[in-house]
Ligand binder design. Structure first.
Ligand SMILES: Cc1cc2nc3c(=O)[nH]c(=O)nc-3n(C[C@H](O)[C@H](O)[C@H](O)COP(=O)(O)OP(=O)(O)OC[C@H]3O[C@@H](n4cnc5c(N)ncnc54)[C@H](O)[C@@H]3O)c2cc1C
Length: 403
């Protein structure tokens, strides 16, 4: 029997699985090829509609698809990979709730363990704040916001994730301060100044106060302390301050200076080891620069790995990854968005609808995609006064540290 081992239950592995099933489903179902998934999370999380979830537009269960449902022909092991031996082709893992390690061999290994927000450099963040990438972290944030209606919130991080999150939290009636270390928001969109300006206007419309040129330095139970010495009262602090690849020991010599797994043109890292997504450095087939860490590239990388593994299992050579990209999008409340499609900037309802159509297309479950459409329709027709109220209050006061 041949074993394909998928690490993680995110975009890369889900799409590698789906492509493998399309190509060699008969061999999988006959038991000739076994697909095993080791995942720290029991569900695949569809991050694209995080803002809609936080703003109360869609229910949380739409965005979490149990792995047993998303990958029905795979053997799912809930736990963490803790070591990889690429020479022996073995992975050491620990099941949830188990103290002992177990070992599993593989013929092909797909590393799709993604990345996490760093927490160690901000004292108090782990204890009092929120990050977004762990199992159920987004649900916990939504619950906390629901339990503290109208309380002030600080969001750290001026990238697209931070800006979308700040907009969504403001949309549900919280006064929000967005803190970021750069001069302008959306550093990764600097080549689209019109869209950056539109983002700033959208946040202003929602009453989000933006503090540039300062960092989140410390988090206490009811305040966020900044690097410029100010302290902001906050019932909730959320960090969307970039990410670090999840580093499983054993593949150190294939990692770049940021900890990403360096992939070749085929997305192979080493013989029998493949990687893509947020934990990998994948170079663009035309420009040669690293592709961005977002869902589209993780999905396309996963698809390609699925094809490559199927080809190698059929005795053929893997092809080069040739995907060239499509664009990107962000949402700032119902009907408000920005998007770039093949370099063309779009704003407003057109951008928002394009993003919606694109995300629905890539949701792992048609049933859940239909439920998202139903939720959004309900939200749109609900009388405005019944929706979560917009923040009437202004931004929280700035207090000097120690006051
Ligand atoms: C809040 C939020 C909003 C986002 N919004 C957008 C958006 O609007 N558009 C967009 O394009 N991108 C968005 N992204 C980014 C997008 O989600 C990522 O680029 C994408 O998830 C990367 O896919 P991946 O497969 O590499 O990793 P992930 O999807 O993060 O999957 C990693 C998987 O590995 C598991 N794992 C981690 N460590 C281990 C271990 N040691 N052993 C086993 N399993 C492990 C995790 O539990 C998870 O299942 C957003 C991300 C976040 C957090």
């Amino acid at each position: 029997m041949t074993r394909v081992l998928l690490l993680g239950g995110g975009y890369v592995t889900l799409h590698a699985y789906a492509t493998l099933l399309r190509r060699i489903g008969r061999r999988v179902r006959s038991g000739e090829v076994e697909i095993v998934v080791i995942s720290a999370d029991r569900a695949h999380r569809f991050h694209g509609f995080t803002g809609e979830l936080i703003a109360g537009m869609v229910d949380s269960d739409r965005l979490a698809t149990p792995l047993t449902e998303a990958m029905p022909d795979a053997r799912i092991i809930l736990g963490r990979a803790v070591d990889i031996d690429p020479l022996r082709r073995e992975v050491v893992y620990r099941r949830d709730g188990d103290e002992t390690d177990a070992t599993l061999g593989y013929d092909h290994l797909v590393v799709g363990t993604g990345a996490k927000e760093p927490t160690a450099h901000v004292p108090g963040l782990r204890e009092h704040g929120h990050t977004l990438r762990g199992p159920d972290e987004i649900g916990e944030l939504a619950e906390q916001l629901a339990a503290r209606p109208g309380s002030p919130v600080v969001v750290a991080g001026g990238g697209v994730a931070g800006a979308e999150l700040a907009a969504a939290i403001a949309d549900r009636g919280h006064p929000v301060t967005l803190v970021h270390s750069g001069a302008r928001l959306l550093g990764e969109w600097a080549d689209q100044p019109r869209l950056v300006a539109r983002t700033e206007a959208e946040l202003a419309r929602l009453g989000v106060r933006v503090l540039a040129g300062t960092r989140l330095a410390r988090v206490a139970a009811s305040a966020a302390m900044l690097s410029d010495g100010t302290s902001i009262p906050a019932g909730t602090v959320v960090a969307a301050t970039g990410q670090r690849p999840v580093r499983i020991p054993g593949l150190g010599r294939w990692r770049d200076e940021h900890g990403r797994l360096r992939t070749r043109r085929t997305l192979a890292v080493a013989p029998g080891v493949w990687a893509a997504g947020d934990g990998a450095r994948v170079t663009h087939p035309v420009t040669g620069v690293s592709v961005p860490a977002n869902a589209l590239w993780a999905i396309k990388g996963g698809d390609h790995i699925g094809r490559s593994v199927a080809r190698e299992l059929g005795g053929r050579r893997a092809r080069r990854f040739g995907y060239r990209g499509l664009g990107r999008a962000a949402s700032f409340g119902f009907g408000h968005g920005i998007a770039e499609l093949y370099g063309i900037p779009l704003t407003g309802a057109v951008a928002w609808l394009m993003r919606l159509a694109f995300f629905l297309r890539f949701m792992p479950s048609r049933r859940r995609a239909a439920a998202v459409v139903a939720d959004l329709t309900r939200y749109a027709v609900r009388p405005r006064r019944q929706r979560v109220g917009r923040a009437a209050a202004g931004a929280p006061a700035l207090l000097p540290t120690g006051s």
